[in-house]
Design a protein around this ligand. Structure first.
Ligand code: PH2
Ligand code: MG
Ligand code: MG
Length: 190
């Protein structure tokens, strides 16, 4: 499969951070397949990927635990085009279109798209709930701790440090799971 990781695509375009998650099927395979699909898409390149965490489901009712990670990609697509690509890749991994808050093999969320701020029903940026979610902020801090939220001016690491003990529970590092070649070192951390 064609890879954009070390092509010129990684040097042009917007810096985008995304969240990956899934709690159905072979969870790490779905995350890996999602990253491969993103990297092989024209105009997208995976730049770096966090380590993987097993996380308790956050939301109404009970669900199986998720695997979550975050990635930085370089995108020459706009936010809406990128979201359409995310939906196509989720569907290729077996996700049903109406599965919001239901178990799913792969969920891809745009967290930060450059300095973009918007409140559209289909896509708000920065992601409106990411600052309450340890399953987002813990992996994101590994790869983007110094990144600044364009709306509040705080850094990702500061937002992560502000999570309450309660919000931070239920997030466990899967040190032996490798999704991508340049993931932070599992022993030394990122
Ligand atoms: N995603 C949700 C709802 N709840 N919980 C965990 N642990 N991880 C997720 O990715 C997640 C969730 C909606 O997208
Ligand atoms: Mg989500
Ligand atoms: Mg989603």
């Amino acid at each position: 499969m064609r890879s954009n990781s070390d092509s010129s695509a990684s040097r042009a375009g917007e810096r985008v951070y995304l969240g990956l998650g899934g709690n159905q099927g072979d969870r790490s395979d779905h995350l890996r397949a999602g990253l491969r699909a993103l990297d092989s898409e024209a105009g997208l390149a995976v730049v770096q990927v966090s380590r993987v965490y097993e996380t308790e489901f956050v939301g109404p009712g009970r669900q199986e635990p998720y695997l979550n990670a975050c990635a930085e990609i370089c995108s020459s697509l706009g936010p809406d085009e990128l979201l359409a690509v995310f939906h196509k890749i989720e569907a290729d991994q077996g996700r049903r279109p109406d599965s919001h808050m239901l178990p799913r093999p792969l969920d891809l969320d745009i967290l930060l798209f450059g300095k973009e701020i918007r409140t559209d029903p289909g896509l708000s940026l920065p992601h409106p709930r990411m600052r309450e979610r340890a399953f987002v902020l813990v992996p994101l801090t590994e790869i983007a701790g110094r990144e600044i939220f364009p709306d509040s001016g705080e850094t990702v690491a500061e937002a992560c440090a502000k999570l309450s003990i309660d919000q931070g529970r239920g997030v466990a590092l899967c040190a032996d799971l490798i999704l991508w070649p340049n993931q932070p070192d599992p022993v030394q951390g990122g």
